[in-house]
Structure formats: structure tokens, C-alpha cells
Design a protein around this ligand. Structure first.
Ligand code: 5GP
Ligand code: ZN
Length: 112
């Protein structure tokens, strides 16, 4: 499958890893939008948030537990934002489910 993030999971494209287990991979974004900006993805190919179902959503709960754990390890006590873009209007540019974690600066609300 021609999927950038599946290739990162497979190690065919290098990434700066933050965390990995049998279900998920977290790695730093190549074009950071904040002092801390990493992505957390399921290893399973799920194309977008719109493709989450009752059958495949267990990994989403795990991803949020991993993010909570990483927020402690990376000392993000001041706060962080978890973002997932879905589809064209939201600016999703990679068709493999991913959660951005942004931290290290004050983040404007609402997002653009
Ligand atoms: P989206 O725009 O789909 O919400 O987020 C995709 C993210 O993937 C972007 O923030 C982009 O910078 C990041 N990205 C794209 N290609 C690569 C890559 O090859 N390596 C890494 N680490 N991040 C990437
Ligand atoms: Zn994929």
C-alpha cells in the first residue's frame, strides 16, 4: 500500500521516534508547528477519523492513554493540544489516522 505512515511504521522511511509498542507509534512531526509537535498513529492502516468504527476504535482509546503517559514523561504540565484533521476542509494531508500533539507554547483558540 502506498501510504507514507505505513512506510514509517515499517521503517522504510526514517522517523524520530517518541514511543512505540505493538499497536501504536509516536514520532516527531517533520514540520513542527510548536516547540513540541509529535504524531501518534495506529500501526494498523485506518485512513482517517471518519473510518473509525466500533470494531477498530480500541486503539484510539490506547492512543489517548499513551498521550497522557507521554505528557508526563515529556513534562507537558503546562498543557498540550491533541488534534486530528479529517478530510480536505480540515487540511488532512496524510491518509492514515494520526493525532497531532502540540505543546511548548500558548496555543490560540479557536484554530483557524
Ligand atoms: P495532516 O496535515 O494530515 O493533519 O498532518 C500530517 C502531518 O504529517 C503534517 O504535520 C506533516 O508535517 C507531517 N509529515 C508529513 N510527511 C512526514 C514525514 O515524512 N515524516 C514526519 N515525521 N512527518 C511528516
Ligand atoms: Zn497507512
Amino acid at each position: 500500500m502506498d501510504c507514507l505512515f505505513c512506510k514509517i511504521v515499517a521503517g522504510e522511511i526514517p522517523s524520530k521516534k517518541v514511543y512505540e509498542d505493538d499497536q501504536v507509534l509516536a514520532f516527531y512531526d517533520i514540520a513542527p508547528e510548536a516547540p513540541v509537535h509529535f504524531l501518534v498513529i495506529p500501526k494498523e492502516h485506518i485512513p482517517s477519523p471518519a473510518a473509525i468504527t466500533e470494531e477498530n476504535s480500541k486503539v484510539v482509546a490506547h492512543i489517548f492513554a499513551v498521550i497522557a503517559q507521554l505528557s508526563k514523561e515529556l513534562h507537558l504540565e503546562q498543557g498540550y493540544r491533541v488534534v486530528t484533521n479529517c478530510g480536505q476542509d480540515a487540511g488532512q494531508s496524510v491518509g492514515h489516522l494520526h493525532f497531532h500533539v502540540l505543546a511548548g507554547r500558548s496555543l490560540a483558540w479557536p484554530p483557524g
